[in-house]
Design a protein around this ligand. Structure first.
Ligand code: FES
Length: 103
């Protein structure tokens, strides 16, 4: 479904998501890096897994937990630039604490 342009020669960075090693390109958003790696689900809700949809900070479907950032409230993966050594994982919410605007 998602694939990179063939002439993308940007530097590589390595991050971990749910303890899986993921190679990304410098300047990628975390959402783009995860989708390019085949990781479609970034957060868990009572209704099941959700993943990036709008890629522009509107839908809140891409919430993730990033080690050392956000205080556990979930950050939008489509708004975060990857960096070498980043550690992230799925954000888990109950239906009662869904972010406003999330469907
Ligand atoms: S993909 Fe919609 S807010 Fe990130």
């Amino acid at each position: 479904m998602f694939r990179r342009l063939p002439d993308d020669e940007r530097d590589r960075v390595v991050l971990t998501f749910e303890d899986e090693r993921i190679e990304a390109r410098r300047g990628d958003t975390l959402a783009a890096a995860l989708l390019a790696h085949g990781r479609m689900v970034t957060r868990e809700t009572a209704g099941g897994g959700r993943g990036p949809f709008c890629m522009m900070g509107v839908c809140f479907e891409c919430l993730v937990d990033v080690h050392g950032r956000g205080g556990g409230r979930g950050l939008q993966a489509c708004m975060i630039e990857v960096c070498d050594g980043m550690k992230a994982g799925r954000h888990r919410t109950q239906s009662s604490d869904e972010p406003e605007g999330a469907a």
